[in-house]
Design a protein around this ligand. Structure first.
Ligand SMILES: *[C@@H]1O[C@H](CO)[C@@H](O)[C@H](O)[C@H]1NC(C)=O
Ligand SMILES: [Cu+2]
Length: 155
């Protein structure tokens, strides 16, 4: 089985730099978008970038409003909520974003509110910033590919 792991490692080495860096953040993880959950704790230590998505999973009567800083502080929502129960929001600009549940006292007393800070888009890996690096990188990829081939032959 070790050879399969080598192949996997080699493939990851070759293709990792080309992967897109956009991340999907499931708000509240398994708990989803609900009451009595500390979304400040959930968000702390996470980095949100432009292009990432937030996924809000919930059931009625919860809903979802995107609000501004004042709406977040006062738990004041206006307009129509999102209410699909599986709202997927693409973070399209940097800066603070605020989300609350508009039902009853879920925001004001039960903690169903989320504020995040969105950072600029992850820069795409710069292709070959200088010739030496580029050469070293391709040598490494060729080496990794060779390891994979040897591993396949040995398997
Ligand atoms: C949520 O956790 C943070 C620390 O991560 C804490 O400062 C805050 O008071 C907590 N909020 C509630 C409502 O417990
Ligand atoms: Cu709610």
């Amino acid at each position: 089985m070790a050879s399969y792991q080598l192949i996997a490692l080699a493939l990851v080495t070759i293709f990792l730099p080309t992967l897109t860096m956009a991340a999907e953040h499931i708000v509240g993880d398994e708990q989803g978008w609900t009451v009595n959950f500390n979304y400040t704790t959930w968000a702390s230590g996470k980095v949100f970038h432009v292009g990432d998505t937030l996924v809000f999973n919930y059931k009625p009567p919860h809903n979802l409003f995107k609000v501004d800083g004042a709406g977040f502080k006062d738990c004041a929502a206006s307009g129509e909520p999102m209410a699909s129960g599986n709202d997927i929001i693409t973070l399209s600009s940097p800066g603070k974003k605020w989300y609350i549940c508009g039902y009853g006292k879920h925001c004001s007393e039960l903690g169903q509110k989320l504020v995040i800070n969105v950072e600029a888009e992850t820069p795409a890996p710069t292709p070959e910033p200088n010739a030496a690096y580029g050469l070293a990188a391709s040598c490494y990829q060729i080496f990794a590919a060779a390891v994979a081939v040897v591993a396949m032959i040995a398997a």
